[in-house]
Ligand binder design. Structure first.
Ligand code: ADP
Ligand code: MG
Length: 471
């Protein structure tokens, strides 16, 4: 232990070797107890060299190491179950056999994948409170919810494979698919469930592709071991051909093995832009269900549920008012409730109609005076003007051609969209053939720089700005 300690930073030593108990040295074999298969994996993988050094020093080169792995802590009265594993060997020692080797095998396998998952995706947004229980059912989501529940109960076994849920923002797609994940994790702990946004899915592949030490195979293999794969917001795969290739491969493999695939999208599959036909046709193999805007009764039920969760009851006229006023999406509805509660708390006011009206006035524009959606018009207009100026077609500006002239026009158009609209980078990218927001950033940076150093581009941009400011 002393030798190991000298070779590692203190916190690392504490984390990984603090819980390790040296059990015995017998016949040149040192046995150490580790608290879980995960520790065994981790120590073997990362600190085998240091352990070897320590053993060489203490026992000599003949020395061997065995791990006694606690696989089941049991209850307080029974002794922990363990299995013994020699180092540098993945197969389990037979000594552990009578102690349910299969399940510890599985557990070990699962731990390994979870470890990979954590290493690959450090910041997954996952909410354990998204359950079926607090997902209110209504006409708007009945099919999606019951298909989701069926899949959660028997992943991979129903005809709903893949399950594709679509609907516009804030209608509960993420809640529903995470409810499936939570349900499976709870009821079938042996199953490996992975939830990931398609943006993350794409970015991870890109990182491996770009990085010198990237390992696409390893990442792909990771996906191939999953029992339930959930990909949220697949519309972001649009135009990402390389990633789609990977996804196609993973999809086929998992589907063939009877593993469950679940996807969400903000639009029906037929409207997914930039997705290969072979992928789209796969999506149709299972079930496609949509989530619609909740009707009045469902909105009331949702508000009541949220308040109930907070342990608060308010008069029906307030609920009625909220349900009437906020009819767009559930996220907005939640936002209003949360800030209403916050105000009531801070200002020590009762939750009444007056407070509800003030809160709504602060955060949403009411149904009657909501602005018409003008963003699409603006961006179309900018694209039109730029195309005309450069003598190219709108297909070209949204397309993939990298011809110098077209690429420049495209970048300038993106730059102008940033200047003239309030669209997010993501949205701008979307309107340019489903490009990534990083492409938009790059375009904006390039044009800002070029405007300083290249007089032709400076003139182009100035002229276009004049045209755009005129209308
Ligand atoms: P999406 O992924 O479709 O944009 P989310 O799943 O993020 O939408 O839902 C937005 C918010 O609305 C979440 O906080 C979610 O819990 C809530 N929500 C959506 N649908 C329901 C529902 N049927 N019952 C209760 N809460 C819901
Ligand atoms: Mg979502």
């Amino acid at each position: 232990m002393r030798i190991i300690g000298q070779n590692l930073p203190e916190h690392t030593f504490k984390t990984w070797f603090g819980p390790v108990v040296p059990l015995s040295i017998y016949n040149n074999v040192l046995t150490i107890q580790v608290p879980s298969p995960f520790y065994y994996e981790w120590i073997e993988e990362n600190y085998a060299d240091i352990l070897r050094k320590a053993i060489d020093h203490e026992i000599g080169v003949e020395g061997k190491l065995e791990y006694s792995v606690v696989v089941d802590k049991g209850d307080a009265n029974s002794l922990p179950k363990t299995m013994t594993v020699p180092n540098n060997k993945i197969e389990l020692d037979l000594k552990g056999k009578e102690q349910n080797t299969l399940s510890s095998d599985l557990q070990k396998h699962k731990q390994k994948i979870i470890k990979e998952y954590e290493a690959f995706f450090r910041d997954i947004q996952f909410n354990e409170n998204y359950t079926f229980d607090n997902f209110i059912e209504g006409e708007c989501n009945r099919l999606a919810r019951s298909a989701g529940l069926a899949v959660a109960k028997k992943p991979g076994v129903t005809a709903f494979n893949p399950l594709m849920l679509y609907g516009s923002v804030g209608l509960g797609k993420t809640h529903l698919v995470q409810a499936i994940a939570n349900h499976v994790r709870f009821n079938s702990p042996e199953k490996i469930v992975v939830y990931i946004s398609s943006e993350k899915f794409v970015n991870r592949f890109m990182e491996e592709i770009i990085s010198k030490s990237g390992n696409i195979q390893k990442l792909t293999n990771f996906y191939l071991q999953i029992d339930v794969l959930i990909i949220d917001d697949v519309q972001f795969l649009g135009g990402k051909e390389k990633t789609q290739d990977m996804f196609f491969h993973i999809f086929n493999h998992l589907h063939q093995k009877g593993k469950q695939i679940i996807m969400t999208s903000d639009r029906p599959p037929r409207d997914l832009k930039g997705l290969e036909d072979r992928l789209l046709s796969r999506f149709k193999w299972g079930l496609t269900a949509d989530l619609q805007q909740p009707d009045f009764e469902t909105r009331v039920a949702i508000i009541q549920k949220k308040l109930q969760n907070e342990g608060i009851s308010i008069s029906y006229d307030v609920i009625d008012y909220l349900a009437h006023t906020i009819d767009t999406n559930i996220r907005e509805l939640e936002g209003v409730i949360v800030s209403m509660l916050a105000r009531s708390n801070l200002e020590r006011r009762e939750i009444d109609l007056k407070l509800a009206k003030e809160t709504v006035g602060h955060i949403v524009q009411k149904v009657d005076d909501r602005r018409p959606e003008s963003a699409d018009v603006d961006i179309d207009h900018i694209q039109g003007v730029v195309c005309k100026y450069f003598g190219i077609s709108e297909e070209e500006i949204k397309g993939k051609t990298r011809t110098k002239n077209i690429a420049l026009a495209r970048q300038i158009a993106m730059y102008l969209c940033k200047e003239y609209t309030e669209l997010s980078l993501k949205a701008i990218g979307f309107h340019f053939g489903g490009r990534d927001h990083s492409t938009v950033i790059h375009a904006i940076q390039t044009i800002s720089e070029q405007r300083e150093i290249d007089s032709t581009i400076r003139n182009d941009v100035a002229t276009l700005m004049k045209i755009l400011s005129k209308d």
